[in-house]
Design a protein. Structure first.
Lengths: 100, 494
């Protein structure tokens, strides 16, 4: 399957996946991922012309229910597990990139 | 057929011959003595378990029905939510997380009178085949503490094998119930996808994940399956019809059943494992099953397809661990670096590898070649199984290519570790049920598991074949790390 996964590819997917990696980790994971992909390439080479993909073992349909009000989890109970909360909301650091 | 230890204990508690509190206390005592070396448990629920047992005893004393699993201790894999009790997935990122609700299976256990005595160790987020990927250290194999118990549900398998609980719950995404069951010498069943609610099971790969039972006998596993199965409106993938009952048919035998021995499910196994599969097939033939050799070549593509599909789904499911709503947060000046620092500190190496692999398989330019192609291969495997089941009622193979390997042996080579799952992943891709049953041991005395597969909702068939194999299986040696009296089912009141 094409060319072997490079260190740059590994750095790119780590960034997409929001995982900070050290230089040493990047070296190691790039090698390991490339090895696994070489094994996985066995499926890439198969002839699947005209075969439909399966996303799920069951024939899934949307599940409908009555629009009834149920008790749900209490907000304070949920927020109690948050790393930071304020005024009934999750508190996070700055989201936008521009300077404050 | 002889009742299993869970069934016997429940009968004694229901009849008032033993109290649930005595049963639970005796198991907690064994756990306190053996688990420091075994390390099957992440969290022990001493107070909650004794309180639940007392409640069962009150129901018995009042003459009401305490349920089919009255007073039976259960070891629950720590990726199933328990309200107010930490549920870690053996990950640093959830080390201190206390779910605000119970998984449906945990509610069903309680409703049946069963008592959760603890949460068991696993490979982090159920990703692994040895329980070495736990952030809290590996679980040991009760038959040889220098070896792995298998994984990812290694804690539940080891707990049941060591006698610390007669029943356990695991989850099986690519073999995570059956593989540790085989390596620890217990029974493990992956039910049909959709028969057991996944509400409250921390998601790994949603189109593959399935909760199922561990037990020391096939009949006990069937009993537990009957308790936990059934439609749940809280799980949109839950089947909307009742699953087949299994406990009542376990002893029905296999006279006239057609069983295919699948070449691709044993021929690459080590010699002792291959010999066990042959002996298992012969034992079925002796009691009237019609044995056919068969070949399903598409099964060979299952492992590579699985190791694209499961990581792809995992990379999406694990996006939720972002340091915002629950779990670990590592502070940083902006949200994106907070996410990345949190996930770097909270995830172990295997989880990082799988998330990266899945992200890659789903990324622009590679989606069709990897993920899309693996989904088509999944169809080929499903169709191949369907063709096989036009000829036979059940399929037989090995559960794993080898017996338990040494701790540390495969941690540096991910693909070598992944090969442990080569015989188990096909059933996850197809969604069909399969059970692993102990069938003798290798020269070192390590347990061997054989696997019975059937088409969707064929749980009655897998337990029938499984029970016949169990009855014919060579005796397995006692585990070195175990409570012998509890394994024998005979102990005096404390």
């Amino acid at each position: 399957m094409g060319e072997r996964l490079t260190r740059e590819d590994a750095a790119y997917v780590a960034r997409l996946a929001r995982i900070q990696l050290s230089e040493e980790e990047l070296d190691r994971y790039a090698e390991q991922l490339a090895d696994v992909l070489e094994h996985a390439a066995a499926v890439a080479a198969l002839d699947t012309e005209g075969v439909r993909p399966t996303s799920h073992p069951l024939p899934l349909r949307n599940v409908m229910r009555r629009d009834e009000v149920w008790p749900c989890l209490d907000r304070d109970v949920v927020l109690a597990e948050a790393p930071a909360a304020e005024d009934g909301r999750f508190r996070v650091p700055r989201i936008l990139g521009e300077p404050l | 057929m002889t009742p299993g230890p869970a069934s016997l204990l429940a009968a004694q508690v229901r009849a008032g011959e033993r109290s649930a509190q005595e049963v639970v206390q005796r198991h907690l005592d064994a756990l306190a003595r053996i688990d420091p070396e075994l390390h099957a448990f992440v969290t022990v629920l001493e107070d909650q378990a004794l309180a639940a047992a007392a409640a069962v005893d009150t129901v018995v004393a009042a003459g009401r029905d305490p349920g089919p699993l009255a007073g039976v201790p259960v070891a629950v894999k720590d990726n199933m939510c328990t309200r107010g009790v930490r549920t870690t997935c053996s990950s640093r990122i959830l080390e201190h997380w206390h779910p605000p609700y119970d998984a449906t299976v945990v509610e069903r256990l309680a409703a049946a009178g069963a008592v959760v005595i603890g949460k068991t160790n696993l490979d982090e987020f159920a990703m692994g085949s040895s329980t070495e990927n736990s952030a809290f250290g590996p679980t040991r194999n009760p038959h040889d503490p220098s070896r792995v118990p298998g994984g990812s549900s290694g804690g539940s398998a080891a707990a049941v094998a060591a006698g610390l609980a007669p029943l356990g719950l695991g989850s099986d995404t690519g073999g995570s119930i059956r593989q540790p069951a085989a390596l620890c010498g217990v029974v493990g069943m992956k039910p049909t996808y959709g028969t057991v609610s996944r509400y409250g099971l921390v998601a790994f790969a949603s189109s593959l994940d399935q909760i199922g039972p561990f037990a020391r006998t096939v009949s006990d596993a069937a009993l537990l399956f009957d308790v936990i199965g059934g439609h749940d409106p809280m799980d949109s993938t839950s089947l909307d019809r009742p699953p087949p009952r299994t406990a009542s048919v376990t002893g029905d035998g296999v006279d006239g059943c057609r069983v295919g021995v699948v070449r691709e499910l044993y021929e690459d196994a080590e010699p002792a494992v291959r010999a066990a599969v042959s002996a298992a097939a012969e034992s079925l033939a002796r009691v009237g099953a019609v044995i056919e050799e068969c070949s399903i070549p598409e099964v060979r593509h299952a492992l590579p397809a699985y190791y694209l599909l499961a990581p792809a789904e995992a990379s999406s499911n694990l996006a939720r661990y972002d340091g915002v709503r629950y779990g670990l947060r590592v502070d940083a000046p902006d949200v994106e670096s907070m996410n990345a620092a949190t996930r770097a500190a909270g995830f172990g190496a295997e989880v990082k590898r799988r998330v990266m692999l899945g992200t890659y398989a789903l990324s622009a330019g590679y989606y069709d070649a990897y993920y899309g192609q693996a989904q088509k291969v999944r169809t080929l495997i499903i169709d191949a199984f369907k063709r096989a089941y036009e000829q036979v009622d059940a399929l037989l193979g090995a559960t794993t290519p080898t017996t338990a390997f040494a701790i540390g042996d495969r941690v540096q080579d991910p693909w070598a570790m992944y090969l442990s799952d080569v015989f188990s992943v096909p059933s996850n891709l197809s969604g069909d049920p399969a059970v692993s049953v102990p069938f003798g041991s290798d020269d070192a005395g390590l347990p061997i598991g054989v696997q019975v597969l059937a088409p969707a909702l064929g749980e009655p068939m897998v337990v029938r074949v499984g029970a016949v194999l169990e009855a014919a299986a060579p005796t397995l040696g006692q585990p070195r790390l175990a409570d012998r009296a509890l394994l024998a089912g005979s102990w005096e009141p404390s």
